[in-house]
Ligand binder design. Structure first.
Ligand SMILES: Nc1ncnc2c1ncn2[C@@H]1O[C@H](COP(=O)(O)OP(=O)(O)OP(=O)(O)O)[C@@H](O)[C@H]1O
Length: 609
């Protein structure tokens, strides 16, 4: 989609509101034609060139009325402008957020969270600004046409000198366009890097402290800030230079009018009234030039912002940004068919519309995903899970276990292959693999700054039985009784007030608080001791023996329960079968099995091999 199409879609998002806004600002810009003529009449009356029917006071009354009317229309214009611009920016932010939430979880945004925030804030503001400035065009053009007509009829030569600056400025602005784009893109990128760096620093304070890396991190931040300073100065400089060209070319025009008028008035061909009209209109021509210049600059800057917003969409058509949707303000939403659905189900209600199908058999055929950055991942994976089975995926570090689980669940977009649930292909795994079809605990638990209870329920209705049961199964009951506020304990940002094991079990309890056909665990062992993990599996089996399990682990506690084990190596299945079979046939499996207490040896061996 080209920038102009995007721009047009924004203009027509709320057509009546836009047209009302356009009308208000057209009147605001056209009204000055009247006081200009009244001022000319005032001086012509004083000079005795004309006789105005209501005398000098009639002219003064006309001037005051025109000014008051203009003030009123400016006020109305601001009201309509605010209503319009906030609607379009909210629509874009809403649609962008909905898009991010719909993306495969592990690839939701193509940049750091800080850069993402910068896209949401600055690029949308920039777009809103450009669209908002477009309402001045019609009124200013109308003013220019009528004013030129009047001025040419008085003195064509003088009129030329009024409009020379305008022509100059338009040419200069066109010439400077490529520079503006270049500097704006650089300053946006530098700002996004600084924001990204701040968010990374805040998110990793502990890692920075324990590595004693404060000085280096601050040094990097200073470097990024310095780059930003340089690009911002260039950006600001060219913007201000253009604006100064706009203003000064008009000043030049005024000077020329005064010199020319002096000569002409001496010969009596030009009246004081004519001069007042030229000077009066020139003020508005100044505004016209400034506004045209501003609009051109904002439009160019919007082109950059649009490019960055498209990048956030990761290949989805840019019309997704302007798709009409419920935005939560104004009366319009009541008419919006989506509104009631949205309020009940949230922005990604497709998930709730997938028909529930109890699991009998789950397969993957030739499932492949490679990370674009490294080309590593998984290749041609065939999985077979039957109802009630316990399948363990194991393998050395970096062998592709997490990638496999994420690709299956739609958290990564599979490059090729098929996922088949009860013989039917799952077309959109990200929407399908959620409760009640499946529940998932990731390797790194994601907790929110909220009560422990709310972190487990995460929006599920609070039923004491379910909460208690999931806490017990996740072996958390002792931890909760030892916490000062029990289930009401605030866990802090990202769960920092909990130990790694407590956070992992909170995430497990969250998963178990949801009824699901398939439970997927990605490596509980990273934060659980062997004994706690053993108890956890025992409780899970005694309470949910009918469910199906897919578990990433290299611990005996999980491997001994497995009906089927898959050994991954370099993203492909190296061996599969039961513990006994694999102990006989797979060297990698033997290393994992016998090396449980010497994991470091395996890591070293794997890396050196
Ligand atoms: N976000 C990423 N971008 C690029 N490459 C990645 C990314 N995540 C993982 N990889 C690469 O893909 C391969 C498989 O990684 P994956 O995380 O699936 O392995 P794993 O077996 O789960 O490892 P671990 O046991 O450490 O959890 C690795 O070589 C890794 O370097």
């Amino acid at each position: 989609m080209k920038t102009r199409h995007f721009f047009w879609r924004l203009l027509t998002y709320r057509p009546i509101l836009y047209l009302t806004n356009l009308l208000m600002w057209t009147i605001v810009h056209m009204i000055p034609l009247l006081p200009g003529l009244a001022t000319k009449a005032f001086f012509d009356q004083l000079e005795g060139n004309i006789t105005f029917p209501y005398g000098v006071w009639g002219i003064v009354a006309l001037l005051i009325s025109a000014t008051l009317a203009r003030i009123m229309f400016i006020a109305l214009g601001f009201l309509t402008d605010a209503r319009f611009r906030f609607r379009i920016s909210m629509l874009m932010r809403r649609n962008l957020l909905a898009h991010v939430l719909k993306q495969p979880g592990a690839r939701a945004i193509p940049c750091s969270p800080g850069e993402g925030i910068s896209n949401f804030r600055d690029d949308i503001d920039q777009t809103e600004e450009a669209v908002s400035w477009s309402v001045d065009g019609l009124g200013l053009a109308g003013f220019a046409i009528v004013a030129s007509f009047i001025l040419i009829s008085i003195d064509a030569q003088m009129t030329f000198f009024v409009f020379v600056p305008l022509i100059l400025v338009v040419c200069t602005a066109q010439f400077a366009t490529s520079r503006i784009q270049k500097y704006r893109a650089a300053s946006r990128e530098a700002t996004a890097k600084v924001t990204g760096s701040i968010s990374e620093m805040f998110g990793n304070v502990q890692a920075i402290q324990v590595a004693g890396a404060e000085a280096r991190i601050v040094g990097r931040f200073v470097k990024l800030s310095d780059q930003r300073r340089k690009t911002m100065v260039k950006d600001k400089l060219i913007t201000e230079a253009l604006s100064s060209i706009f203003t000064n070319s008009v000043n030049l025009g005024t000077g020329l009018i005064l010199i020319l008028a002096g000569y002409k008035m001496r010969s009596g061909a030009f009246t004081v009234g004519d001069l007042s009209l030229f000077i009066y209109y020139l003020t508005f021509v100044t505004q016209l030039i400034g506004n045209v210049g501003n609009f051109m600059t904002y439009y160019k800057q919007m082109t950059i912002s649009f490019g960055r917003l498209k990048n956030m969409l990761q290949g989805t058509h840019a019309s997704a940004l302007t798709k009409p949707a419920y935005i939560g303000i104004g009366k319009d939403h009541e008419k919006d068919a989506e509104a009631s659905n949205y309020i009940q189900n949230g922005p990604i209600n497709e998930k709730n519309q997938v028909e529930f199908k109890p699991l009998e058999h789950l397969q993957t055929r030739s499932l492949t995903y490679r990370y674009p950055e490294t080309g590593r991942g998984i290749h041609n994976i065939d999985l077979n899970l039957t109802r009630g089975s316990f399948t363990v995926i194991t393998g050395m570090i970096g062998s592709g276990k997490t990638t496999l689980v994420r690709s299956l669940l739609g958290l990564l977009p599979a490059e090729s292959g098929e996922i088949i649930w009860n013989g039917q292909t799952v077309s959109n795994p990200a929407d399908f693999f959620v409760p009640p079809h499946s529940a998932y605990t990731s390797q790194i638990p994601r907790l929110y700054s909220d009560k422990l209870k709310h972190n487990i329920l995460l929006g599920e209705p609070e039923t004491a039985d379910k909460l208690e049961q999931s806490i017990y199964t996740a072996v958390m009951e002792d931890d909760i009784s030892n916490l000062q506020d029990g289930l009401d304990t605030m866990v802090g940002p990202r769960g920092v007030k909990l130990s790694g094991g407590q956070a992992q079990r909170t995430a497990t309890a969250r998963m178990l608080a949801r009824d699901a056909q398939l439970y997927v665990f990605d490596d509980l062992s990273s934060a659980l001791d062997v004994e706690t993990e053993r108890i956890l599996w025992e409780r899970i089996f005694s309470e949910r023996s009918d469910a199906t399990y897919l578990v990433v682990s290299h611990r005996k506690a999980a491997l001994t329960h497995a009906d089927h084990i898959i050994v991954l190596k370099d993203g492909t299945i190296e061996a599969e079968g039961t513990v006994d079979l694999l102990l006989e046939t797979s060297q990698s499996f033997r290393e994992l099995w016998y090396g449980e207490n010497t994991e470091q040896d395996i890591i070293t061996k794997n890396h050196s091999g």
